[in-house]
Write a protein that binds this ligand. Structure first.
Ligand code: SF4
Ligand code: SF4
Length: 216
């Protein structure tokens, strides 16, 4: 899933300076799962922004709606009476925020979250980055462990000289991805695979403005 974190309420309040009728839109998929942008978080943020305005003697009207996904026209079209608002705050990932900005071009759309990475839900409230969406997956060659996302240097042939008792040189809290890969391949009886040199990746596939057309 896409992992995001909430923006501080002060930052959101500042974005909304000058607006007194605002729509906050939650996303029912990734940002709900990572406890950042679902119905509950939108409700909490709306309450906090209303209170901050009240303390300053100002009034703000905040509408709240949550749709299943903001990265899909089908669900964006379910939003009601959007034209009644002066601004929108989206609590989806960057793709969803831009989805609203593309649909409602006359209304400023603000980000309610910071989008961080493609990650795994380790446990309630704890997420780890797993994939950089490089466009050329090599997990078949690395025991199902991604060195692009999980090695601090993104090395395709590791480990580097900094590996230390199974930990990465950048922090003793972080596993060395290449030790994980070694252990995984050893457990599978595939250490011969570890000795094979991986060719440089085509990082052009991880470039900008990517589209994927699976219609045909
Ligand atoms: S190799 Fe690329 S596509 Fe595969 S998990 Fe790693 S970053 Fe993602
Ligand atoms: S110690 Fe391991 S994870 Fe860290 S940079 Fe070196 S090879 Fe990558």
């Amino acid at each position: 899933m896409i992992v995001a974190e909430p923006k501080p309420v002060e930052e959101i309040k500042k974005m909304l300076d000058g607006y007194d009728k605002v729509l906050m839109v939650g996303c029912g998929t990734c940002t709900t799962v990572c406890l950042t942008g679902g119905e509950r978080e939108v409700d909490l943020m709306a309450t906090a922004v209303r209170l901050m305005h009240k303390v300053e003697g100002k009034d703000i009207q905040i509408g709240q709606q949550t749709i299943l996904r903001q990265c899909d026209w089908e669900y964006i079209d379910e939003l009601q009476n959007v034209e009644d608002y002066q601004a929108i705050v989206s609590f989806a990932c960057g793709a969803g925020i831009q989805g609203l900005a593309r649909r409602f071009t006359n209304i400023p759309v603000m980000p309610g979250v910071n989008t961080n990475f493609i990650g795994f839900n380790e446990e309630y409230g704890l997420y780890s980055e797993q994939c950089k969406a490089c466009g050329e997956c090599i997990l078949d060659k690395t025991g199902g462990i991604c060195p692009v996302a999980r090695c601090a240097k993104g090395l395709l042939n590791g480990p580097c000289g900094g590996t230390n008792n199974g930990k990465c040189e950048i922090s003793s809290d972080k596993d060395c991805a290449w030790v994980l890969i070694y252990n995984q391949l050893e457990g599978q009886g595939k250490l011969d695979q570890f000795k094979q040199i991986l060719a440089p990746k085509d990082y052009g596939k991880a470039g900008n403005i990517r589209m994927l057309d699976l219609r045909k």
